[in-house]
Design a protein around this ligand. Structure first.
Ligand SMILES: O=C(CO)[C@H](O)[C@H](O)COP(=O)(O)O
Length: 270
């Protein structure tokens, strides 16, 4: 077996066992706050040198790689799909944190699992008609996508656009269907936008209070100048694209983001 095939086979199995460990033998979410994870968005990398860029940023301290997938329909931009993820997997053992900004997430689950994705984050607003979502109960279409992602061996992320109320994701978290909630602090579609603080990033706080062991990711306009607000809100998974890939010393930016989040967690007593 070639080394590239071994790498590709290892990724989904590792994700599945990690997901199980994370939820615990009972299937319940753990109570302890999860570790700080820095997940640079490769949207801001040089796409002509993607494998080298991924390797470089992991060596500089990134925990995960955030891979933005856009279909030109759910958002007004196109990026890459499962074939590119499969190619990257031949060159990288990194945890692939895939953010699907697509209209029909269910359609892509098998392709991304086969490509070696670890986290499959889909939009709540894409999995069901937003008008049919409720804070009181899970929408069957959303729950079905979450179950299919886990059945395919990936961890489950649900993303919320800035205007989507955080209460609407609670039924899926409470049902144990979700490993991570992604709070977007820009309108999805492009890197390099202005960070939305205040009530938008503030959606992390009730999630962290209710679910101390949940991965809470913040994505959009995160940089050393905005990280303290993100950290204080309770996020533990930090996505930053332009701030990391555009920096002269990306390793220092990664370290600064981590220090802020670790400091806020220590100050909060966890
Ligand atoms: O999901 C995204 C845009 O839809 C990007 O991941 C995000 O915006 C990161 O880029 P930056 O840190 O430059 O804002």
């Amino acid at each position: 077996m070639s080394p590239s095939v071994a790498l590709a086979d290892a990724a989904p199995a590792a994700a599945a066992s990690k997901a199980l460990a994370q939820r615990g033998a009972s299937g319940a979410a753990p109570r302890d706050r999860p570790a700080t994870l820095i997940s640079p968005s490769i949207l801001s990398a040089d796409f002509a040198l993607l494998a080298e860029e991924c390797d470089r940023i992991v060596k500089l301290g990134a925990d995960w790689l955030h891979i933005d997938v856009m279909d030109g329909h759910f958002v007004p931009n196109l990026t890459l799909g499962a074939p590119v993820v499969a190619c990257l997997r031949k060159h990288s053992r990194a945890y692939f944190d895939c953010h699907l900004m697509v209209s029909e997430p269910a359609k892509w689950i098998d392709d991304f699992a086969k490509a070696g994705a670890n986290m499959f984050t889909f939009h709540l607003e894409a999995a069901a008609d937003p008008a049919a979502l409720s804070a009181a109960e899970a929408h069957p279409a959303v729950a079905d996508v979450a179950r299919a992602v886990r059945a395919a061996g990936m961890e489950v992320g649900i993303a919320l656009k800035p205007e989507t109320a955080v209460e609407l994701v609670m039924p899926y978290v409470e049902a144990g269907l979700v490993d991570m909630v992604l709070i977007l602090t820009v309108n999805p579609g492009f890197g390099g936008q202005k960070f939305m603080g205040g009530d938008v990033v503030g959606k992390c706080a009730p999630l962290r209070r209710a679910h101390p062991g949940l991965h809470i990711q913040v994505d959009g306009g995160v940089a050393p100048s905005t990280i303290d607000e993100v950290a204080a809100a309770g996020a533990n998974v930090i996505v930053a694209g332009s701030a990391v890939f555009g920096a002269e010393r990306p390793g220092e930016v990664i370290a600064a983001l981590r220090a802020s989040v670790d400091g806020a967690a220590a100050a909060a007593g966890n």
